[in-house]
Write a protein that binds this ligand. Structure first.
Ligand code: DLL
Length: 433
């Protein structure tokens, strides 16, 4: 119970929250109608004007926005404020097509950093903490967002950015870093490296980790918690909505609280666009009701999860979203079966592997093939063929029972799969569609 960054907001009654959301939504819809032609055109096409939006229950009248809409308006077609009022951009990693360029006013940044400060406080952060931000700094939002949040909480902020693992470990040790912010895969790598250097969890000063930007399983959480001797907290966000801090875990670890005073969540059926009730898995849709330079209306995130509005034992009233269960577009369809990389990771970790793996999908004779390449840990590494065959067949059986699919398993030597300092690249799909 009881440690909040903005208690009056984080614990406000649902009724007051709804009133606040309604007021902000009405203002935001007026703002985009007047200032962002692409939103106005979409509203006109749907036959609605700002007068039709009187409170949050009218949200569903508004058209969805997709990533393609944002990309088509590259670089500044979604900008809602004059250039003079904008002070920063951030941008997505943009593996395909045009990048999303998100604009911020000073106030937009301030509100975003509040969300990150809430996350750090929920993870136990205070003025007495040393917070090492090992997310990338630059166009990626992870570093700048948590850096700002850490300042607001009053932690001593160590802006290492990602990479240079030896230096990361040196600072953790020498500055007595208590909170580590980075991707879960990088946290696992740091843990592995510290273990190799002979550091035990007791010798590592860290007490909490704020890990997000990519999917990770509960098994991976337990693993990282054990090697680093910490409590791990999930944090979610996306560039389109400002960055990290859209939602984050409290000490109950039972879902991530969505900063609902800034972002209104909906869950929809990704096929039909119909709203789904609490508890059902669907696509997360967000409307940003406070940020002005890059306003976002009913944005289809392609992230799959469920949400609940049940009260949380931590005292916060804001809705919670589950851990991400995948994306509508990282879902692989292999021989007709829906496969999420997170399911494969769960099996690997259950069987004692670290999360260093690659999923390679291909097609032979018109049939999809699935190969899971995974590193043996140093403990299981052997050149005894019999033992390797046994490990392989156990893994094939575990994957079969989780996915209902037969996969080829390739065990590789420890450290032979390239490590990532940011988001890990786990899936290689060689099929041509
Ligand atoms: O990844 C922002 C962020 C930075 C979040 C640091 C948390 C920590 P983008 O690069 O725009 O922004 O990528 C957004 O990453 O739609 C999800 O698919 C995925 N993602 C983000 N957080 C999580 C998470 C940042 N906790 C996309 N679990 C999102 C699973 C996540 N996936």
């Amino acid at each position: 119970m009881g440690h909040y960054y903005q208690p009056e907001i984080e614990t406000m009654s649902r009724e007051d929250l709804k009133a606040l959301q309604s007021e902000r939504l009405v203002a935001q819809v007026k703002h985009v109608w007047e200032n962002v032609p692409c939103y106005r055109a979409k509203m006109e096409a749907a036959g609605i004007t700002p007068d039709d939006i009187r409170d949050v229950t009218d949200l569903r009248k508004l058209p969805f926005t997709t990533k393609d809409d944002l990309r088509e308006n590259y670089p500044d077609g979604v900008r809602g404020m004059p250039l003079e009022d904008c002070v920063r951009i951030q941008s997505t990693s943009g593996t395909t097509g045009k990048r999303v360029v998100a604009y911020y006013t000073l106030e937009d940044i301030d509100l975003w950093e509040d969300c990150c400060a809430r996350a750090i406080t929920a993870a136990g952060g205070t003025r007495g903490d040393v917070c090492q931000v090992s997310y990338g700094y630059g166009l990626f939002t992870g570093g700048p967002g948590l850096n700002g949040g850490s300042h607001k909480v009053g932690c001593l902020t160590v802006p290492t950015s990602s990479g240079n693992t030896e230096r990361q470990i040196m600072f953790i040790r020498d500055l007595n870093t208590t909170i580590l912010c980075c991707t879960p895969s990088y946290a696992a790598y740091l843990g592995e490296s510290m273990k190799e250097m002979g550091m035990t969890p007791e010798q590592i000063p860290l007490k909490a980790g704020i890990f997000g930007a990519e999917a990770w399983s509960d098994e991976m959480r337990r693993d990282v918690e054990k090697t680093l001797g910490i409590e791990a907290f999930d944090i979610y966000g996306l560039t389109e909505l400002s960055g990290p801090g859209v939602s984050w875990e409290c000490s109950e670890h039972n879902g991530m609280h969505i900063c609902e005073d800034h972002f209104i969540p909906e869950i929809i059926d990704p096929e039909t666009g119909e709203a789904l009730p609490d508890g059902e898995v669907g696509e997360l849709v967000f409307t940003a009701i406070t940020k002005k330079a890059y306003p976002i209306i009913r944005y289809r995130t392609r992230d799959l999860c469920r949400i609940t509005h049940e009260p949380c034992a931590c005292g916060r009233t804001h809705a919670r979203m589950s851990r991400l269960l995948g994306r509508t577009d990282d879902m692989l369809i292999i021989r007709g079966v829906n496969v999420f990389p997170s399911q494969i990771e769960t099996v690997l970790i259950q069987q004692g592997y670290a999360a260093n793996y690659q999923i390679v999908v291909g097609r032979e004779n018109n049939t999809d093939t699935l190969e899971v390449k995974v590193e043996m840990t140093p403990e299981m590494f052997t050149d005894n063929v019999g033992e390797i065959t046994k490990l392989q067949s156990d893994l094939v059986a575990g994957l079969k029972s989780m996915l209902g699919l037969k996969a080829k398993v390739t065990l590789v030597e420890p450290k032979s799969i390239a490590r990532s300092e940011g988001k890990a690249v786990r899936v290689i799909d060689n099929r041509k569609f």
